[in-house]
Design a protein around this ligand. Structure first.
Ligand code: SIN
Length: 291
């Protein structure tokens, strides 16, 4: 059965069918998936039946995987996990959560921006999902840049921002507490506008969960600029909201998307398997000023 790529009726994303990710991909399948990813930023593969090794094999086609599930709290007890796999789950055993990013809402962010070399891709495979909530939302950060008022594009041209591990300017103490990992305090500085290393397109690279401040201006101005960027890029016409079903495999490009999670009840189990692909330090966008 040939691969079918059906763009979503949304700001970004495509549904990919006619492919079985529990098997190695042919060269043609790989080329189709890679092209669809560059075009649509978020890929949804419904009705997959994948184990750890299948997910790792698929992920490795797109680059090196981190050596371990960095910044992950624990693993699923009684089960040997691949070293590059992380569980995103609220399930607790003996009172201890068995994975990472357990509970409730998460603001928009892009994975690993608090590192010098953030993740290029993230992929989640859904095993157990809540009846309600716990959706993942994706924002199209190319579109966010392209529709930004010219005056903001000019003001922030060539400017950098500081990113920190779940310590963005808008993060409540409660959310910081829920997401923190003892002994880890990642911090990095990246351009506000980045150039996607493959497409060459410009994307906004700040987000509500991780961005602490714009470099080179007062705290007040930094807050005001960041609020404008966040509010603009989180508008509904920039966003696709994914309602999970077990067997969904969703893969996104962190260089041109932000993602967030809607709230869900702690009484409902949520278990997803995550892999990431290592990226490189984001390059600044080519200046649009005077172009
Ligand atoms: C993540 O931010 O990597 C997790 C998103 C989710 O749990 O929906």
């Amino acid at each position: 059965m040939p691969i079918e790529v059906a763009p979503l009726d949304a700001a970004l994303g495509a549904r990919i069918t006619g492919i079985d990710l529990s098997r190695p991909l042919s060269d043609t399948e790989f080329a189709s998936v890679h092209a669809a990813w560059l075009d649509h930023q978020v890929l949804i593969f419904p009705d997959q039946n994948m184990d750890d090794e299948d997910q790792v094999r698929f992920s490795q086609l797109f680059g090196d995987l981190p050596d371990k599930a960095v910044h992950s709290k624990g693993t699923k007890s009684g089960q040997q996990l691949h070293k590059s796999v992380m569980l995103v789950t609220n399930i607790r055993e003996d009172g201890e959560v068995i994975g990472s990013l357990p509970d409730g809402e998460m603001h928009f962010h892009t994975d690993g921006a608090y590192e010098r070399d953030p993740y290029r891709y993230t992929m989640l495979y859904a095993m157990e999902v809540p009846r309600e909530g716990g959706d993942t939302m994706f924002a199209n950060m190319y579109r966010a840049y392209e529709t930004l008022p010219e005056e903001l594009k000019e003001r922030l041209d060539g400017v950098e921002a500081e990113q920190g591990f779940y310590t963005g300017v808008d993060v409540s103490d409660e959310m910081k507490q829920a997401l923190r990992i003892d002994g880890y305090d990642g911090k990095a500085v990246h351009p506000v506008f980045i150039r996607h290393e493959e497409t060459g397109r410009t994307a906004i690279y700040v987000n509500r969960l991780l961005t602490r401040r714009i470099i080179g201006c007062s705290d007040d101005e930094s807050r005001e600029l960041l609020s404008r960027l966040f509010d603009h890029s989180e508008q509904s016409d920039m966003v696709y909201q994914h309602k999970w079903r077990p067997g969904d495999f969703v893969a996104w490009d962190n260089r041109c998307t932000n993602h967030a999670r809607t709230d869900f009840s702690g009484g409902q189990r949520r278990l997803l398997r995550r892999t990431t692909v290592q990226g490189v330090k984001p390059e600044p966008a080519l200046s649009a000023v005077g172009a």
